[in-house]
Design a binder for this molecule. Structure first.
Ligand SMILES: [Fe+2]
Length: 161
């Protein structure tokens, strides 16, 4: 195993956090790919605003996945972000590949963001219980951004009114 740079945590807690960070890493990469699917395929009134906003959202998820993967590495674990591992481990529903309408993409994304932020909240609590406040803080930061992005995405649909 690579060297650990988070010495205060015992081995059990570190292994638990490495597993948890990799689990949420898979979801984060999967959701980022879903956002790009929507960015590429959606059409309808309001297209350009949503299309451009989704690139910012994808950037946020990329930053979040980077924070998770790098904390795994600094804890002496292997960051597991390959396509094969992500496909195997993601907890999100597969993103539909043949929807077009902006409203349909908005709803498909919001339901996945809600599932994602719920998982992040569980991760915040699990990290806190394991005594790893830094991972809890990391998950909180990613979750706060994802909740805001869900609001930005969802507010493009009249169904969110
Ligand atoms: Fe683009």
């Amino acid at each position: 195993m690579p060297q650990n740079f988070v010495p205060f945590l015992n081995e059990n807690a570190r292994n638990e956090m490495i597993g948890l960070l990799n689990d949420r890493l898979a979801d984060t990469i999967d959701l980022g790919n879903a956002v790009k699917q929507a960015h590429w395929n959606l059409r309808g009134t309001g297209f350009i605003g949503v299309h451009e906003m989704l690139d910012d959202v994808a950037d946020h998820l990329r930053e979040g996945s980077d924070m998770m993967a790098e904390r795994v590495s600094m804890m002496g674990g292997f960051a597991r972000g390959s396509s094969q591992t992500v496909a195997e481990k993601t907890t999100l529903e597969p993103y539909p590949t043949e929807i077009v309408a902006l409203e349909d993409h908005v709803q498909a994304l919001v339901s996945r963001f809600n599932a994602y932020t719920t998982k992040l909240r569980e991760a915040v609590n699990a990290a806190g219980e394991a005594g790893d406040e830094d991972s809890a803080d990391l998950f909180t930061e990613v979750s706060r951004t994802a909740e805001k992005d869900a609001w930005f995405i969802g507010s493009n649909s009249a169904k969110a009114a």
